[in-house]
Design a protein around this ligand. Structure first.
Ligand code: ARG
Length: 468
């Protein structure tokens, strides 16, 4: 054997007509996507079945060939699902792996399947179907998480806790109110995925390589068979945009930011310094050296997931920017990013749901913390405005003086005597003590969307009705 003969493999069976030799091994390594795009096998076979049935209905291939193709594709599907499919890097991607195997099984009719189609519209179709499924999975995961948060909110609609700004005690709020803040965020995430799903639900199939096809295909029929609302209206756009994947990743990134913030709160709240909550055994781990430890690993990992999810988002935006129409191979770099982001988002959603469901809340700790740090100073100032007619700025100043006095004495605001308070402002009466308690404070926050337990319960009821 000569060196050349040894080096040269046969040219590609699918597109090698004009090639005398096969690709360099490194070319094959950089070109092949089968190691990851095999995840699209079900969508690929589904798309091919819809395409073959349409070709027969339009008289482009015979009914007999279409039936043979259909059965052959079902055999390929069961081979892949049974784990005994010989994936080949020489056949590049999932599309050619499936078609080559189909040819081995059914022979000549397999060659008719690719009539009026290109891998460009094929991959765009497969990937849209896959991302659409991920939107559905994210919506389901978010729905479950929202229900878990509603459960926590309902249990603690009137439990008082410190509300923070700058992570410094600000004003008392309720546990239910805090949980409901995340319900709002995750519900917006859910609506982002469902909006994205609506927009992506158009079929690229039949756009062919880029220009459409001269065969009398019926794109409405394949769109309908694949559960799409309609065919995409421009063949160049259909094969060359990945905005549906970018929209999924963008929605996933925002959702991962929300998850990360809640995770961080759980980490803080479960620390020895706070003890607001205890993570169940199911969601924490011990330390191999420090026997007392109960680490919030799941929360920490959820906090970190935004790193890879946003990374994937930036990666795909960067791949897509500046690409001329229509298809370019750059776009093969879309899949691993989206696969990874989707896997980790769904895992994080499921873990967060479980943690929230199993969380033990230390109501007494919450209330004790709510009462410290002069958390009702604003209530005192508001009383001075309401009952003593002071301008708010003056009331603010008087209250600041009282806080300084309490701080110097090492006590809380309600521990100051009436005489001490009157020494700062003579308009203060005994009634002031009625607004210095944390329960009165939260109960008074009756503005729409405020933290009063009545308001929180109204929001819980609204969401429960909405989800039912
Ligand atoms: N594996 C390719 C991808 O993922 C499929 C489309 C290939 N098209 C082509 N003209 N080479 O993008």
């Amino acid at each position: 054997m000569t060196d050349t003969a040894k080096d040269s493999k046969a040219s590609n069976a699918m597109w090698g007509g004009r090639f005398a030799a096969g690709p360099d091994a490194i070319m094959e390594a950089i070109n092949a996507s089968i190691s990851f795009d095999q995840r699209l096998y079900a969508q690929d076979i589904r798309g091919s079945r819809a395409h073959a049935a349409m070709l027969a209905a339009q008289g482009i291939i015979s009914n007999k060939d279409a039936e043979t193709i259909r059965e052959g594709l079902l055999t390929v599907l069961s081979e892949i699902e049974g784990g005994n499919f010989p994936f080949s890097a020489a056949l590049e991607d999932i599309h050619m792996n499936v078609e080559a195997r189909l040819k081995e099984i059914i022979g000549e009719p397999a060659g008719r399947l690719h009539t009026a189609r290109s891998r460009n519209d094929q991959v765009a179709t497969d990937f849209r179907l896959w991302v659409r499924d991920q939107c559905d999975a994210a919506i389901k995961g978010l729905d479950a998480l929202i229900r878990a948060l509603l459960g926590q909110a309902e249990a603690g609609a009137d439990w008082v806790m410190p509300g923070f700004t700058h992570l410094q005690t600000a004003q008392p709020v309720t546990w239910g109110h805090h949980m409901m803040a995340y319900v709002e965020m995750f519900a917006r995430d859910l609506s982002r995925f469902s909006d994205a799903r609506k927009r992506m639900n158009e079929s690229p199939l039949g756009a062919a390589a880029l220009a459409g096809t001269g065969f009398p295909i019926d794109r409405h029929a394949t769109a309908e068979a694949l559960g799409f609302d309609r065919p995409m209206a421009n063949s160049l756009d259909a094969v060359s945009d990945r905005d549906f994947a970018l929209e999924f990743l963008s929605s996933a990134s925002i959702c991962a930011v929300h998850l990360s913030r809640l995770a961080e709160e759980l980490v803080i709240w479960s620390s020895a310094q706070f003890r607001f909550v205890a993570m169940s055994d199911k969601w924490s781990t011990g330390s191999s050296i420090m026997p007392q430890k109960r680490n919030p690993d799941a929360a920490e990992l959820i906090r970190a997931k935004i790193g890879r999810i946003l990374g994937a988002t930036v990666a795909l935006f960067t791949v897509m920017k500046g690409l001329p129409l229509a298809y370019s191979k750059d776009m093969q770099e879309d899949k691993e990013q989206v696969f990874d982001a989707a896997d980790h988002l769904l895992l994080a959603l499921a873990a967060m749901e479980g943690m929230i469901r199993d969380l033990t809340v230390n109501r007494d700790k919450l209330e004790a913390a709510a009462s410290s740090g002069f958390s009702t100073a604003t209530d005192l100032a508001d009383w001075l405005v309401r009952e003593a007619g002071l301008p708010f700025r003056d009331a603010h100043h008087v209250t600041g003086t009282l806080v300084a006095m309490a701080e110097a004495k090492g006590c809380d605001l309600p521990d100051l005597s009436l005489a001490e308070m009157q020494s700062v402002n003579s308009a203060i009466t005994e009634d002031i003590f009625g607004v210095l308690g944390v329960h009165n404070s939260v109960a008074s926050r009756q503005s729409y969307g405020g933290t009063a337990p009545d308001q929180v319960r109204a929001q819980i009821a609204r969401w429960k009705e909405h989800l039912a």
